[in-house]
Design a protein around this ligand. Structure first.
Ligand code: SF4
Length: 393
């Protein structure tokens, strides 16, 4: 038993509520033993969602108590022009396409600058693999955002964008590219682009994209430089459950090696605009999304935080997921484009009040966090020039 601000949390499970086939796994979790990939597959095949939730909740409360966090952030996509054409992507465009866009640095800085008085602590910025933007453009962009204020965290670029910049634009090794970006203001890289690591699935849904080993290597390099990042999984398309488990295994192994992942953010595939091999895919059900979150929480024993991406789940289901292993509701976002161009019908932003209300209603304690999931104290929350206070382990 452990107390969190007057709330007593029980770290024992009621085994009578857990079906027989899951009890050995629940016992392992209670004894803090590592689960095998076979265990993870058994969890994925289980239909007793509440039993999964109970096991996931044990892990969640051990790691994060009753807290549930969110970040006050601003999304911006600098351009959707991309040299690749991933089959699942409704965001990318070629220069000639009517929906192609490319913002000037001044526009990006103005939009982010307008968000700062609202209390935003992070700009989250990704784009396509742009064929013609120059090294100087990227560095100028980062330096201009950095100049907005020392407390704005710049979270930008997926691992595949980093490789694109290194190989085609900067023409430098990955490490040197990351060092150059960091010197210009980069605070952390994003977790996007992981999709599903299996090479056969990858070839069908995002041919030409970096391999799993390449994605992992960018994060390994960033972590070895002292950087932190998040990790993701795009599921609910043509992958098998075994391929999901294999994806989680590779993330867990890299985390054993580096400890650099702060949180895991799974996304369900958004099928509204899909075509070709993905045309017949149905959106992952609420049951499947909760099960995926719970299994991820139970298996990824070395990643501290699990985020429910409300853009994909919708805030009501993200709220429910706080009882299925989730301890973070992502952020205010203030204009999401990638999922919405794929047909998502969720809002494009949330207010702090809406996120806090959702968390409180679920019986959790809301806390604003920074980009590394560190809980912020009151002064930092109010947008004062304080360094975030590290109040979690
Ligand atoms: S997923 Fe990324 S790399 Fe693939 S087409 Fe879309 S923007 Fe380009």
């Amino acid at each position: 038993m452990l107390g969190y601000r007057g709330l007593t949390l029980s770290f024992r499970m009621n085994y009578q509520l857990i079906p027989k086939e899951l009890r050995p796994i629940a016992e392992k979790v209670e004894a803090r033993q590592r689960l095998s990939e076979a265990d993870a597959l058994t969890l994925y095949l289980a239909n007793d969602l509440n039993a999964l939730g109970m096991i996931a909740n044990l892990v969640r409360e051990r790691k994060n108590g009753n807290y549930a966090t969110y970040i006050h952030n601003r999304y911006i996509n600098y351009s959707n022009i991309c040299i690749l054409s991933c089959q699942f992507c409704a965001f990318a465009a070629k220069k000639r396409d009517a929906h192609a866009f490319e913002y000037a640095i001044d526009e990006i800085v103005r939009v982010v600058g307008d968000a700062l008085p609202l209390g935003v602590t992070e700009v989250h910025m990704v784009g396509g693999l742009h064929p013609t933007l120059k090294k100087e453009w990227y560095l100028d962009l980062l330096q201009s955002l950095r100049a907005l204020g020392p407390n704005l965290h710049i979270k930008a670029f997926t691992a595949i964008e980093v490789r694109h910049l290194a190989q085609r634009i900067f023409r430098m090794p990955i490490r040197d590219t990351l060092e150059t970006l960091r010197a210009a203001g980069l605070g952390s890289i994003t977790g996007g682009g992981a999709e599903i690591f299996d090479p056969v699935v990858r070839d069908k849904i995002c041919r030409g994209k970096e391999t799993a080993a390449e994605w992992l290597d960018v994060h390994r390099t960033w972590h070895s430089m002292g950087g932190r990042s998040t990790c993701t999984m795009l599921y609910g398309h043509i992958e098998t459950l075994a391929e999901r488990v294999d994806h989680l295994r590779q993330l867990r192994e890299l985390q054993d090696e580096t400890g650099g992942f702060t949180g895991f953010v799974p996304f369900a595939f958004e099928p509204s605009q899909s075509h070709g091999i993905l045309a017949q895919i149905k959106r992952a059900s609420a049951f499947e999304q909760l099960r995926n979150l719970a299994v991820s929480r139970i298996y990824l024993d070395n990643i501290d935080h699990l985020t429910a991406y409300w853009v994909s789940l919708g805030l009501p289901l993200a709220q429910v997921s706080l009882s299925y292993g989730v301890d973070d509701l992502h952020g205010t976002i203030l204009e999401e484009k990638i999922f919405h161009m794929a047909g998502a019908t969720t809002p494009q932003q949330q207010t702090v009040a809406a996120l806090e209300h959702a968390i409180r209603e679920a019986g959790r304690e809301p806390v604003q966090r920074d980009s590394h999931y560190r809980r912020l104290n009151g002064a930092s929350r109010a947008g004062q020039p304080n360094e975030p206070e590290l109040v979690c382990a």
